[in-house]
Design a protein around this ligand. Structure first.
Ligand code: MG
Length: 393
């Protein structure tokens, strides 16, 4: 425990500013764990929120003369689109007051035409009054090439994990700023998209996206690693030579208008300047150390020896190894099992939540081999939880 206490003392002294930024109220043990070139988990609530920046005023964004117009407010332009499933069927999204309206539960919509490298303009507006919170409020998505999601979300006054904010490259990179207008107002999104180009297994041109939200730069030539998904880390790999533009049905009646793109010429020269690519292993290790210290400093402020404190310390292992903390987490799992075994059948249900919290943490830490999955304390705890069917709900 002495190693562990000295880390906490050091952290409190040096990282007060970082701790103040940390959003610690979200769900830990959720998306993919950090690795050698990514210091944060996917959907990590410890990752700082994008700073608020006031957007520029609404401008007339009529399509330029050489643009391919995908939706211009008319019923006729709805013919450019189809349902994703079953593919080729007419979409159930509707045109209302010059806007393309998502009809919840009708599924994604996709363009009939396909394209790749482009300058893309999309405007969207969230439903008013706002309903739901977090990822449940005004959620949709702009999927370039049908694969890379520029998140659409009403997080005007609605915190969520940073890499799921509006104009994040979902699960990959938070926006540089939150430049949203009020819910119901039109948000103007401009995207420059370049797909990664491979020759065989060799990456010859990195893919990237530059995004402006209401005139504010929010993705600065952010390197793409591949298609994006929920909870999973985007893995480097080729994208198709062309794909449809897809808009997401996430269950919210989000509106769209003024959708157009300009195809960009293929790249001919190596383009390796100014790309915000994956971090080096050294940079990542330093950042992970800093995040672990921030989480441990936050743990130090919780009631000593409490379950909250123990689990917050367990969370810090996700970022950086610490033998003393790992031992204490294993001991916690063993104690949780022993206590649960001693309880009479009519009392055990009252301990379910605490047991499950420890189980959730251990499940994550063993899944990502942060704690050895063959550790007896884990197999016994897992056995207890499964014997009560608590792993199911
Ligand atoms: Mg979405």
């Amino acid at each position: 425990m002495s190693t562990h206490s000295s880390i906490i003392t050091l952290s409190v002294a040096t990282l007060i500013a970082a701790t103040a930024q940390a959003a610690s109220t979200g769900q830990p043990f959720y998306g993919d764990a950090p690795d050698a070139t990514h210091p944060w988990c996917v959907h990590d609530w410890n990752r700082p929120q994008p700073p608020r920046v006031e957007p520029k005023p609404l401008v007339d964004a009529k399509s330029p003369a050489d643009a391919v117009v995908l939706f211009d407010g008319t019923e006729a332009s709805l013919a450019n689109w189809e349902a994703e499933k079953p593919q080729g069927e007419p979409t159930q999204w509707v045109v209302k007051d010059g806007a393309l309206l998502c009809v919840p539960k009708s599924g994604y919509i996709r363009t009939k035409s396909t394209f790749s490298d482009c300058q893309l303009h999309v405007e969207w507006a969230a439903p008013t009054p706002p309903q739901g919170e977090g990822q449940g409020r005004g959620n949709s998505g702009i999927f370039v090439e049908g694969a890379v999601e520029c998140q659409v979300l009403d997080n005007y006054d609605n915190p969520t994990y940073a890499d799921g904010s509006a104009c994040s490259i979902y699960s990959v990179c938070p926006p540089l700023a939150n430049a949203l207008r009020l819910p119901g107002e039109w948000q103007q999104i401009d995207i420059t998209f370049r797909r990664p180009v491979y020759e065989g297994d060799k990456l010859v041109h990195p893919g990237y996206a530059t995004i402006y939200c209401n005139g504010i730069l929010v993705q600065d030539k952010t390197q793409l690693e591949g298609g994006t998904g929920h909870k999973g880390r985007s893995l480097p790999g080729p994208l198709p030579e062309a794909g449809p533009l897809k808009l997401q049905d996430h269950g919210n009646p989000v509106r769209f208008r003024n959708i157009w793109y300009r195809p960009l010429p293929p790249r001919v020269a190596a383009d390796d300047e100014g790309i915000h690519g994956p971090m080096s292993e050294q940079e990542t290790a330093a950042k992970r150390k800093e995040i672990a210290a921030m989480v441990r400093a936050a743990a130090a402020k919780l009631p000593a020896q409490s379950l909250d404190q123990s689990l917050r310390l367990a969370e810090s292992l996700v970022y950086e190894k610490d033998e003393a903390i790992a031992k204490s987490v294993i001991a916690l799992a063993a104690k949780t099992t022993a206590d649960a075994k001693q309880l009479p059948a009519d009392k055990i249900e009252s301990q379910k939540n605490d047991v499950k919290r420890v189980w959730d943490a251990m499940k994550y830490l063993t899944t990502f081999k942060i704690i050895d999955p063959s550790e007896a304390a884990w197999t016994e705890l897992d056995g207890i939880v499964k014997s009560h069917g608590w792993d199911k709900h």
